[in-house]
Design a protein around this ligand. Sequence first.
Ligand SMILES: Nc1ncnc2c1ncn2[C@@H]1O[C@H](COP(=O)(O)OP(=O)(O)O)[C@@H](O)[C@H]1O
Ligand SMILES: [Mg+2]
Length: 237
Amino acid sequence: MPFSFKQPPRSGNDVATLKGISKSYGEKVIYDDFDFEVKRGERWCVMGGNGAGKTTLLKLIAGIIQPDEGKARLGASLKMGYFAQSALEVLDANKTVWKQIDDAFPAATIPSKRTLLGSFDFPTDEIDKPIRVLSGGEKSRLVLAQMLYDPPNFLVLDEPTNHLDLDSKKMLIQTLSKFDGTMIFVSHDRTFLRGMANNVLDLSGTDNKGNTKPMKYGCAYEEWVERTGHEAPGVWH
Ligand SMILES: Nc1ncnc2c1ncn2[C@@H]1O[C@H](COP(=O)(O)OP(=O)(O)O)[C@@H](O)[C@H]1O
Ligand SMILES: [Mg+2]
């Protein structure tokens, strides 16, 4: 059953603004004078093969890394939730599943926290498991549960579906389809892309110097596939 979370507080219209961003690693230019804006209600998917710069972009937006040049700004009244494999570090390996959530929301009622965990596929007889024994998929689910209990209004998700089984993916899609905030994400899952994206940033093209040439499409994923004829590399059909 998908979790019915509280709607997040409404943000301003300008959610993330990147102006004149340049970012290189050594000789490798990832972004060169790149402008990009995310507005309220947009749900961007970032497409591109391995090493195209998808994770770098999400980190620039989240403020985890700084550009060499240019400015990345988040808008007013923003509460951001960043998910990546590194986000699993918020989990304390020595706590149980229950303790992790109970400690994160001390003021919330026990039944509401049980419902949250149940929706993210941790039934009551499994919440006393220590986090240390959880699989990658279970850890991802727990982090997403914690993130969405009191939801941010801007989600930055780097491959959230990676270790999830099919049922968990479906649950996450159903949960997030009721989310009326703003999102930017990377996913190789076609169902997730189809269900979520209303804008596409394509990093798969290069300019004549071989640098990434970002292309923006103001359409849903499905329409982008029709228009361009490509599907994401590694997309699960
Ligand atoms: N900290 C870093 N130091 C050096 N090179 C990096 C670093 N982070 C990323 N890169 C390189 O930058 C490129 C883009 O990386 P990334 O944004 O992670 O790509 P993607 O997420 O699209 O696969 C890759 O070639 C990667 O090896
Ligand atoms: Mg990546």
